[in-house]
Design a protein around this ligand. Structure first.
Ligand SMILES: C[S@@+](CC[C@H](N)C(=O)[O-])C[C@H]1O[C@@H](n2cnc3c(N)ncnc32)[C@H](O)[C@@H]1O
Length: 418
């Protein structure tokens, strides 16, 4: 703990930001869980102020996190469920921004301790704190470890009160913990993607029938159900229809196994399935997710728009129970670009737990074993807020509610809440 305090004070000192001695109050840190990293679930949620959870992790274990993704409060001054208005009267060089910097600095220093030397941190931010975050990151992670910024288009028409420019973008700022860090960006041979549909080029090399451990019908009876395929086009459907033939997850030895996804997921993503003429069902492997190339610094994809995230959260819960979720496809893209399929992922501003959901979908798509550690505050939700209708009294209840939904979608997903 002394090392962490020293590090926080060192960086703070360089920037003229000073911290009170009781910032890392050890009696509070003592209340937070010590994680057994050899035994962590698909997702672990630690509820409470992340400064204590991070300090506890940093004091008990170093170098375990491969990917850190965070979406901190942007300091917009808006009335969200969480505190988003940290402005100081400071005469410090950074003026009103120093309060936000002092909030972020110790958390970033602690997160760095927990990351592997090969680890990468990606931070969502908009123009208001962008420059101040860059200064913090240069001083905490080092200018040499700056990987780059990605400009992400968040809406078509833009937002904000600026009378001249409607802002349609935000940033994803990327740093490595050391020079050993790198993104998953390298070229692949495109010629192997021998099929094409409206979603892009793809190959069929991954069975939709589960193989190996826990692959029997008896392991997951609800994942044994008929699919229906068109032998001339390879299209797959969940419901029977004219000219369609049934397909079951039965292997070449006649053993009844199970599909990779439950029926509802298969219904939503049937476009991702392909059946051979003999009725063997595959998950299409699209070149865009598998062909590794250098990451581009401008992401303009309608699936990454804010309205997508709002629709997703509303569809999931029946109401918009959280103000500022990120879209699933966007977080999936970030995790895929940065980390391997066995990455340990930390999100210490978890909100509605999109990161855990994105990770579970990626795991189901590529048989990965990603694990997420989430941290979210226990701030009270006002009694009149719609989230209360869904039994959420504090913000971490919203993260928890999303974890329950993920479990329903992916039965193999396990989570723990501290
Ligand atoms: C912009 S939101 C993150 C949204 C998230 N990416 C999603 O997709 O839902 C920021 C979150 O950080 C949380 N937060 C802010 N300060 C925190 C703290 N000190 N400890 C833990 N969580 C905190 C807020 O409650 C809020 O839910």
């Amino acid at each position: 703990m002394i090392k962490l305090s020293n590090e926080i004070n060192n960086v703070g000192g360089k920037l003229g930001l000073s911290f009170s001695e009781d910032l890392l109050d050890s009696s509070l840190i003592g209340l937070y869980p010590k994680l057994d990293f050899d035994n962590i679930s698909s997702s672990t949620l630690i509820a409470g102020d992340n400064i204590y959870s991070l300090a506890k992790l940093a004091s008990s274990i170093n170098d375990v996190v491969d990917v850190c993704y965070i979406d901190p409060p942007y300091n917009t001054g808006n009335k969200f469920l969480y505190h988003d208005n940290r402005k100081s009267n400071s005469s410090n060089f950074f003026g009103t921004h120093s309060a936000w910097m002092m909030f972020m600095l110790p958390r970033l220093v602690a997160a760095r301790e927990i990351m592997k030397p090969t680890g990468v941190i990606a931070i969502s931010i908009d123009d208001y704190e962008f420059a101040y975050l860059k200064i913090l990151m240069d001083n905490i992670f080092g200018e040499n470890n700056f990987i780059g910024n990605i400009v992400v288009c968040r809406s078509k028409n833009g937002k904000g009160s600026n009378k001249n420019i409607a802002s349609t973008h935000e940033y994803l700022m990327l740093y490595g913990k050391s020079s050993l860090a790198k993104l998953n960006g390298c070229l692949d041979d495109t010629s192997i993607y021998d099929k094409k549909d409206e979603h892009g080029e793809y190959k069929v090399d991954g069975l939709f029938r589960k193989k190996g451990e826990a692959s029997l019908r008896t392991d997951r009876p609800n994942m044994f159900y008929p699919l229906f395929f068109n032998p001339s086009t390879g299209e797959v459907f969940v419901e029977p229809g004219m000219g369609l033939q049934p397909a079951f997850p039965i292997d070449s030895k006649g053993i009844e196994r199970r599909w990779l996804w439950g029926k509802e997921t298969a219904r939503e993503r049937s476009w991702q399935l392909y059946a051979s003429k003999k009725g063997v069902v595959y998950v299409k492997n699209y070149s865009s997710t598998d062909k590794r190339r250098k990451v581009r610094s401008f992401w303009d994809n309608t699936a990454f728009y804010t309205e997508r995230a709002t629709n997703e959260i509303t569809k999931l819960f029946g109401d918009k129970i959280f103000d500022t979720p990120k879209p699933l496809s966007y977080i999936m893209a970030i995790l895929d670009v940065i980390g391997q399929s066995d990455a340990v992922i930390l999100d210490f501003f978890a909100g509605s737990a999109t990161t855990a959901h994105a990770s579970a979908i990626l795991n189901s798509n590529d048989n990965g074993t990603r694990k997420t550690i989430l941290m979210e505050n226990n701030s009270q939700i006002p009694e009149t807020h719609i989230a209360r209708k869904y039994g959420c009294n504090v913000i971490s209840d919203i993260s928890c509610a999303r974890l329950q939904k993920i479990k329903l979608e992916f039965p193999e997903f396990e989570y723990k809440v501290y």
